[in-house]
Design a protein. Structure first.
Length: 298
């Protein structure tokens, strides 16, 4: 590759992993984030990327820009916090596109939340959304901002992430902790599909696309093995050797506790990585048990 890679919003779980991953392969990696971390990046630029500033000049010095910026969705959403979820993504992406030049390459994050609640429907990158909820609107506008870079002669890859699995933190580790303390349970009906991806396959997928540089497009960054919430719960119970004591948590109770954020757990997205597979990408962790075996710690 021998590329210079700039990670915007690179201080989080995925950004830290990508920095280490590409550094180990001999690439030059820069990170832009609000706060300095213990990252091994070659260059760190401290900036609030929702605001225009000198940080945008660095975009033109790198071959690849990976946009990961955005406030976490993993907490109860107040009206004010929903505005932060939205603006942190839209404004940062808009500012990145403002700084990109012809010939630039942008990998911009989105999420399978784009599709809304689609029940058992199999979702490819060509699928239309099933509901017009908050996360769909965030993802739709987020992607639209990134695709504006095409008008400047740049190449844009939209990455619709499923839930990211890592041994270092994130949603999967919270689920694992719940099960270890006998608090694992089916959520709602348990029939809702759950799309996910191992963090290493995110890095491998980005590397795969950088090496081949197909036409810019939308890519579902999910395994080809989406499972229902019930299947996920029973698989965690099996691998952790912890019985499911609480049979299920009713949707109503979950919504009372978590508010609108509960929709991220109750909505169903059966997403398939059709465009990655069509280009020849092979997952290192293609199934749920592959993923769990990798990230579950004794």
């Amino acid at each position: 590759m021998n590329k210079k890679i700039l990670i915007v919003g690179g201080s989080g779980l995925i950004g830290g992993f990508l920095t280490d991953y590409f550094k180990k392969r001999g690439e030059y990696v820069g990170v832009i984030a609000r706060k300095r971390t213990s990252s091994v990046a070659d260059e760190f630029i401290e900036a609030d990327t929702t605001k225009e500033g000198g940080w945008q000049e660095y975009i033109q010095l790198y071959d690849i820009v990976i946009n990961l910026a955005g406030a976490t969705i993993g907490k109860r959403w107040s009206r004010r916090y929903k505005e932060e979820i939205y603006s942190s993504r839209i404004l940062t992406t808009r500012n990145i596109v403002s700084g990109i030049e012809k010939g630039g390459i942008l990998f911009s994050t989105s999420a399978v939340g784009y599709y809304g609640d689609c029940k058992e429907k199999i979702l490819t990158e060509e699928s239309r959304p099933c509901t017009n909820d908050f996360l769909h609107r965030v993802c739709e506008d987020w992607e639209r901002e990134a695709l504006e870079a095409n008008n400047k002669g740049a190449r844009v890859f939209i990455m619709r992430f499923g839930v990211v699995a890592s041994s270092e933190g994130g949603a999967f580790q919270r689920l694992i902790k719940n099960h270890k303390y006998f608090l694992g349970s089916v959520i709602g009906s348990g029939k809702q599909f759950f799309s996910y991806i191992h963090i290493e396959d995110i890095a491998r997928g980005i590397e795969f696309l950088i090496d081949r540089l197909p036409e810019g497009a939308i890519y579902n960054f999910t395994t080809p093995d989406p499972v229902t919430n019930r299947e996920l719960t029973l698989s965690l119970s099996s691998i952790l050797k912890r019985p499911v004591i609480i049979p299920f948590i009713p949707s109503l109770i979950l919504r009372l506790i978590l508010g609108e954020f509960a929709d991220t757990l109750l909505f169903s997205q059966r997403a398939m990585p059709e465009n990655l597979l069509k280009n020849g990408f092979e997952f290192k962790y293609p199934t749920l048990m592959d993923v769990l075996s990798s990230i579950v710690r004794e």
